[in-house]
Design a protein around this ligand. Structure first.
Ligand code: NAD
Ligand code: TYD
Length: 333
């Protein structure tokens, strides 16, 4: 297949392209990425010499660039998004632009060129928080943050294009990913890299919010299965089956790095902070997919990756990230 992958210089998109080129020797991938603060050419540096891979720098909100990138593709997989909840509290407009309107522009291209598949990569955050049973795909959407609301808007736009124009849409909703190449604004890479430097780990609120954790490699394999075996018009939850609270994650990271618990710094809670995310992934299991990685092993491998890839994350943390961190965490302490 000829795939147009958007957001392929980000965390999950770069892992996905690497997976595709490894698993499917006949596939070709075009990566369309705007290179926002989160897009990093280093994430795909090892792929540049592969003749099956091409990169276009561009914005999914730009119809002309999208048209050029989409013309020769068989399928679009849309990873491009503004993705960080805390940033969405500072600047919701950027999220609506990319996550809703950018999605619409990609869907227009899929409509125009009659692609075989349009895969919208979404998140469990669109369902909001649950105190009870894990969410199923038919549950109501109840987003709490501007990020989650804009992702929900993208999902609904995709479903509308499927119903109205027959675009062959499939939506995946995954739980919290972790692994190599994750921008160190998110919990796990932020806490690993801060702990390596003996810096405080800013734990929001009481630290007991629960997330379901999914190794990024498992997520990539799930999207590949959905791309090839999923039913058009359907939504698939991609859960990790690893519910942990933030304090447990923090203590695992500190143990893994042999660092003291005194690095934990309780800070003001995130406004609108969802208490618990949990997914029922039976529908995806019926396609034959289950995550393969054990959580403890994958977290240990992630800690090792950050320990051995300081040349990847140190430039990030001393660049754009520094001003963001001071704004974000200055307000919380
Ligand atoms: P990321 O922030 O690491 O990367 C996003 C990428 O999209 C970057 O390369 C960025 O440059 C690019 N991008 C942003 N705006 C763009 C635009 N207008 N045009 C073109 N490119 C643009 O994000 P991620 O964690 O890799 O997430 C990828 C997708 O997976 C997102 O849609 C996100 O909502 C979804 N998702 C993420 C998680 C998670 O835990 N990280 C979980 C479930 C779903
Ligand atoms: P995050 O990685 O931002 O993912 P999301 O909010 O999309 O689930 O946060 C994961 C959890 O960790 C969430 O409950 C918020 C919490 N958290 C902290 O306690 N401190 C931090 O510095 C960050 C970034 C997150």
């Amino acid at each position: 297949m000829r795939l147009l992958v958007t957001g392929g210089c980000g965390f999950i998109g770069s892992n996905f392209i690497r997976h595709i080129l490894h698993a499917h020797p006949d596939d070709r991938v075009t990566n369309l990425d705007k290179l926002t603060y989160a897009g990093n050419p280093e994430n795909v540096r090892d792929l540049e010499r592969d003749s099956r891979y091409a990169f276009i720098r561009g914005d999914i909100c730009d119809p002309e660039i999208v048209d050029r990138a989409a013309k020769d593709a068989d399928a679009i997989i849309n990873f491009a998004a503004e993705t960080h909840v805390d940033r969405s509290l500072l600047d919701p407009g950027a999220f609506i632009k990319t996550d809703v309107d950018g999605t619409r522009i990609l869907l227009e291209a899929a409509r125009r060129y009659g692609h075989q598949r349009y895969i919208q990569i979404s998140t469990d955050e669109v369902y909001g928080s649950t105190a009870g049973a894990p969410f199923v795909e038919t549950d109501l959407l109840h987003p709490s943050s501007p990020y989650a609301a804009s992702k929900a808007g993208g999902d609904l736009m995709a479903l509308a294009y499927a119903a109205t124009y027959g675009v062959p849409v499939i939506i995946t909703r995954a739980s919290n990913n972790f692994g190599p190449y994750q921008y160190p604004e998110k919990l796990i890479p932020l806490f690993i890299t801060n702990a390596i430097d003996d810096q405080p780990l800013p734990l929001y609120g009481d630290g007991l919010n629960v997330r379901d954790w999914l190794a990024v490699e498992d997520h990539c394999e799930a999207v590949d299965v959905v791309l090839r075996k999923g039913t058009i018009g359907e939504i698939y939850n991609v859960g990790g089956g690893n519910e942990r609270n933030n304090l447990e994650i923090t203590e695992m990271i500190l143990r893994g790095l042999n660092k003291p618990k005194s690095l934990i710094k309780p800070v003001a809670d995130r406004p609108g902070h969802d208490r618990r995310y949990a997914l029922n992934a039976d529908k995806l299991a019926a396609l034959g997919f289950r995550p393969r990685r054990r959580f403890d092993d994958a977290l240990r491998a992630t800690i090792d990756w950050y320990r051995t890839h300081e040349s990847w994350w140190r430039p990030i943390k001393s660049g754009e990230f520094r001003a963001y961190y001071e704004t974000q965490y200055g307000q919380r302490s």
